[in-house]
Design a protein around this ligand. Structure first.
Ligand SMILES: Cc1ncc(COP(=O)(O)O)c(C=O)c1O
Length: 383
């Protein structure tokens, strides 16, 4: 693909000055609005991955922008030595919509998982069981519960007493639990691994097993929470209640914030903390984003539009799976497909040979048709 001199300059400087961490797509983005992004040359792209599931309310959502602007003129940071109103408003809102009792704020998803790990490991029992193919983050605690060997291997030895059981296999989980197990952690749908959906009844069975064994059930809703799968939280598809929920991504409408929500268990003073967490600017952004998601019934839009997209993709004889607006398509060459889509003004991402779609939840059928039209012209999708 052709890259302008302006974009090339940024790409070269990034390679020179930024740690060699990311394999980025060759697009330099300057601005966004709703479903669309524009690069430094003014080319417009339909965004089908929403900053990895973050921009659920669309780019630069007016309500979120308004809240940040207003708050930035009165108070941006205090630390947790002091009380602030936006933090308490958000904590109450999260507790009410999730059915949890308490909230601990974080700056992102991996910190939400770290908080959950610390919360449940304070007693005599230390073992936590996550699932094969789970992704929970990159910091050392959450990484210890992340399945992919190439993410973990260079950093071993990691946190002890962390292990994995086969996903969607209640017998395997039962066998993995020992007298030292304090908790089970899982993604209600595995997102980063390419949209792996467990059988109906699996979450309920995990809940029952955790009750029987008197261990905590932790769910990682970082990628799924706030409507992505057609319900406000993905675990609600099975009408269960976890003990701990980790959230982030869509929560801040594009502003970095996460949280660990819990019930029946709480920290003692001094056991955990953070200078920035629950910062007023992040909290007003999250309050506005969550209100927008609820007031505009975006989970329902995700359900309806998700079904429309899935149906249309299936009609094209593609190997596709998904729930709501979390969709994975197995293709011959996913990276090639993403590059072809860029040329057609569409941005998507991939894992292995799975093309991943997780657009803003404000998407309409019109934009889906635009995406489908572009896809029909991609050679790499077939086979
Ligand atoms: C399920 C899940 N948990 C945790 C994380 C880590 O979140 P973050 O990248 O905000 O640290 C991610 C990120 O993709 C995720 O998908």
């Amino acid at each position: 693909m052709e890259i302008s001199a302006k974009a090339k300059d940024i790409i070269e400087k990034e390679a020179k000055f930024y740690t060699h961490t990311f394999s980025r797509l060759p697009v330099v983005i300057e601005k966004g609005s709703g479903m669309y992004l524009w690069d430094v040359d003014g080319t417009k792209y339909l965004d089908m991955f929403a900053g990895i599931g973050v921009n659920s309310v669309g780019h630069c959502n007016k309500e979120v922008v308004k809240a940040i602007k207003k708050q930035s003129e009165i108070l941006m940071h205090t630390s947790n030595w002091l009380y602030t109103i936006p933090q308490v408003v958000l904590a109450e809102k999260l507790a009410k919509i999730s059915g949890m009792e308490k909230v601990f704020f974080t700056n992102d998803g991996t910190e939400a998982v770290e908080a959950a790990i610390k919360l449940v490991r304070r007693g005599k029992k230390k073992e936590i069981i996550a699932m094969e193919h789970d992704f929970h983050g990159r910091t050392l605690g959450s990484l210890s519960l992340t399945w992919k060997e190439n993410f973990r291997k260079p950093f071993e030895p990691l946190v002890p007493y962390m292990k994995f059981a086969k996903y969607n296999d209640i017998g395997a989980l039962k066998n993995a639990i020992t007298e030292n197990t304090c908790a089970v952690l899982l993604e209600p749908i595995q997102s980063e691994s390419g949209t792996i959906i467990p059988d109906k009844g699996y979450l309920k069975a995990v809940r029952k097993l955790c009750d029987e064994k008197k261990i905590y059930m932790l769910v990682d809703e970082v990628a799924l929470g706030f409507g992505r799968t057609g319900k406000l939280f993905c675990f609600q598809h099975e009408n269960i209640m976890p003990d701990v929920i980790c959230v982030a991504k869509a929560m801040g409408g594009g502003f970095p914030i996460g949280a660990m929500l819990c019930r029946g268990i709480d920290f003692n003073p001094g056991e955990h903390g953070g200078t920035y967490i629950g910062n007023p600017l992040a909290c007003v952004a999250a309050n506005a984003a969550i209100d927008y998601i609820i007031n505009n019934n975006l989970p329902e839009n995700a359900r309806i539009i998700g079904e429309y997209l899935l149906k249309n993709l299936k009609e094209r004889n593609l190997k596709v799976r998904g729930r709501g607006l979390l969709i994975g398509i197995d293709v011959r060459d996913a990276k090639g497909a993403v590059m072809e889509l860029i040329e057609k003004g569409i941005l998507a991402i991939y894992t292995g040979n799975t093309l991943r779609l997780l657009p803003p939840l404000i998407i309409t059928k019109k934009e889906c048709d635009k995406f489908l039209g572009a896809m029909d012209k991609c050679k790499c999708l077939k086979g």
